[in-house]
Design a protein around this ligand. Structure first.
Ligand code: HEC
Ligand code: HEC
Length: 372
């Protein structure tokens, strides 16, 4: 587009002026400045992570920088007090400062626990109930959400257009495209896609760069083993079925037995009763930092989470079948799998979960608030 525009301008000038004027340097400088060359952003995918699915969006250095500024800027909220980062704090893997429910600009509390933001390219649905099909779609929603930034897009765009830094940055990222909500969402998505976490102690252990303590290693084994059926069996937590390596999520929506009276969950989006009570399986990377836990933040500690899986699973029609005891033919019975873990085994599982903390990610200045 910009090339055609510049070309049309040359033709126009060639007709409008005599040749001498046309080749005057100021006009050439003008044409040059119309043609901003974006720099491709090279994503460094940590060795521990699988290759990314196609992003469907081009990352540029200029776009990512703009997206980061927007992510950290309260300009998007109606009263200029809340940014995306208010509820997504880098040092807590982009969760909301230990709050059970996030609170919007009017002081009204939502009903969901904020979600961690990293390795987002691997998902194709967003939010606990999966109601957003893409990151650019998701990024549009907090701005107008009445219990979040409670703004209108018209108002947000007007403020952005009045800000010289933004008009310059949008030009560098998108040339002459008119600044609108879809460009804001594109830029924020570009930044979000750079949030990659794959360098925890556990990843270093897998690369044989460090060792796990015996307790952490026992936890690793429990994480990856099926539940014990008799007291002679080794301990198993069966976590790997849903939170398996390397992403520590199967990217699916499941019912992990939290409630006897099921909430809608994924059914709210699909209308399928088979999806009742199913929520997004979150990644367990950085889980030490993202308390409280579950879609409604009901558990304050990892110990409480482990106790849920150990002894608290509620049987309902959509409970994941692997959480039921199998009969001798391997078919699920109606009986919930208790894990029968000892106190030491539960502590080992928690110790292992803490090896998934990626300090490089939590402190990386690339993801920190822009300096000016
Ligand atoms: C008032 C707090 C708040 C603000 C402001 C906020 N978020 Fe969130 N965010 C949440 C909560 C809570 C959830 C989970 C909501 C749900 O599932 O219903 C969430 C979920 C998300 C998810 C889904 C992650 C996943 O794995 O499915 C993304 C992405 C996200 N937010 C990005 C953003 C961006 C970008 C902005 C700014 C435009 C933003 N958020 C502003 C609280 C907030
Ligand atoms: C059947 C699939 C399944 C299995 C097996 C499973 N989980 Fe989960 N896990 C989920 C789902 C689904 C959620 C989110 C549920 C919700 O919020 O409603 C979750 C949430 C969590 C959370 C909270 C994450 C957060 O961001 O709030 C932790 C921690 C966790 N699981 C750890 C474990 C551990 C440890 C094990 C093994 C003992 C395990 N899970 C086994 C499906 C599973």
């Amino acid at each position: 587009m910009k090339k055609i525009a510049a070309f049309a301008l040359i033709i126009f000038i060639a007709f409008a002026c005599d040749r001498q004027v046309y080749f005057e340097p100021p006009i050439l400088t003008l044409i040059d400045s119309l043609d901003y060359e974006q720099t491709p952003y090279v994503l460094e995918i940590p060795e521990a992570l699988p290759p990314q699915p196609p992003l469907g969006i081009e990352l540029t250095v200029e776009g990512v920088e703009l997206g980061k500024r927007l992510f950290y800027d309260p300009i998007l909220s109606a009263d200029g007090t809340q940014s995306c980062a208010s509820c997504h704090n880098q040092s807590l893997a982009f969760t909301d400062n230990g709050l059970q429910y996030s609170v919007g600009i009017d002081g009204i509390s939502g009903t969901k626990n904020s979600m961690a933001l990293f390795n987002l390219a691997y998902y194709d649905k967003f939010f606990w109930n999966g109601r957003s099909p893409s990151l650019p779609h998701q990024a549009l929603l907090p701005v107008t959400d009445p219990v979040e930034m409670h703004n209108t897009w018209a108002n947000a765009i007007e403020k952005i257009k009045a800000d010289q830094t933004y008009t310059d940055m949008f030009f560098k990222a998108y040339d002459f495209a008119v600044i609108d909500s879809s460009l804001v969402a594109d830029a924020i998505t570009q930044f979000e896609l750079t949030l990659l976490s794959g360098n925890s102690k556990f990843d270093k252990f897998m690369k044989v760069e460090t060792q796990l303590t015996p307790q952490e290693f026992l936890g690793f084994e429990i994480f990856n083993r099926e539940p014990r059926q008799t007291s002679f069996d080794k301990p198993g937590g069966d976590c790997f079925h849903c939170h398996g390596q390397p992403l520590f999520t199967n990217l699916d929506f499941m019912n992990n037995g939290l409630d006897a009276n099921l909430k809608l969950g994924l059914e709210e989006v699909t209308g399928d009763p088979f999806d009742k009570g199913k929520f997004k399986v979150p990644s367990l990377r950085n889980i030490e930092k993202t308390a409280p836990y579950m879609h409604d933040g009901r558990f304050k500690t990892l110990e409480e989470v482990v106790e849920h899986y150990n002894s608290g699973v509620k049987i309902t029609s959509t409970l994941a079948p692997i959480m039921l005891k199998a009969d001798i033919n391997g078919n699920p019975t109606g009986i919930a799998n208790g894990l029968f873990l000892t106190e030491n085994e539960k502590a080992a599982l928690v110790a292992f979960l803490k090896t998934l903390t990626d300090d490089d990610f939590l402190t990386n200045s690339k993801f920190a608030p822009p300096i000016n």
